[in-house]
Structure formats: C-alpha cells, structure tokens
Design a protein. Structure first.
Length: 134
C-alpha cells in the first residue's frame, strides 16, 4: 500500500453507504488502512443519521439499495448540507451494475465519479485523492 495516503489523509472522514455487508466491511478496512476515518452505513436513512452527528469530507454510495437508492442518498445529503449552510460533500458512486441509464442519471445530477465494482485499489485511492483535494 502506498504510505503517502496514510500520512496525507489521516483526518479525512468518509461516509460509505452500501447495503451489502461484505462490501461495507471491505470498504471500511480499505479506507482505514489508507489512513482515512471511515463510517459505514447499510442504507440511506442510516447515512443521514450519521451526517447529522458529524462532518464528512466525502460520500461513497452504492446505487442499488432498498429504500433510498444511491442517487436519492446524494440528493438528501446535498439538501441537508444546503439547509445547514454546510459545504457540499464530494460524491463517489459505486455500483456492480454497468447500467447506462443510471450512469446518465448520475451525470445529470452532477456526480463526478462513477466506479464499477469490483475496482482496483490503486484506482479507487486515486479517485479519493482527486475528490478530497477539490
């Protein structure tokens, strides 16, 4: 693992939302090992609860989840940040489905990053760096 991530991003808080327990645990381990401070949520409502409790520097969300899908989570997080007069949080969408309609919906919503699972760790860390340095 590249140690520059560990030193450079030690304090960055990342909220990751995925309904798959194995994916959540994998993201939590990967983010922690890379030096980030991760919080994982199993659904959109849980993620919004965490958002009220603390500040996050980045949101990672799955698309297909029961209840709120990932795009609805992004919209709810944006609305919360706007209402609370907080800075917008960069967003990364993760999905196992290469669905062009969903991708276009995410682009129309203004989502900058869209990664397919499974992803390469180095690619994922570069995407994090790019979004956390904006």
């Amino acid at each position: 693992m590249n140690t520059e991530h560990v030193v450079h991003h030690r304090k960055k808080r990342i909220l990751a939302v995925d309904d798959d327990g194995l994916v959540r645990r994998s993201l939590e381990i990967l983010l922690r090992e890379a030096g980030y401070d991760p919080t994982v949520a199993s659904n959109g409502q849980e993620a919004l609860g965490f958002l009220v409790q603390r500040h996050f520097d980045l949101l990672i969300t799955d698309i297909r989840m029961p209840g709120m899908d990932g795009l609805q989570v992004i919209q709810a997080v944006r609305q919360y940040c706007h209402e609370m007069k907080k800075q917008p949080i960069p967003e990364i969408v993760l999905t196992a489905y290469n669905d062009e309609q969903v991708r276009q919906s995410a682009i129309r919503l203004g989502v900058r990053e869209f990664l397919l699972k499974p992803f390469k760790v180095d690619e994922f860390l570069k995407v994090l760096d790019r979004n956390l340095s904006r």
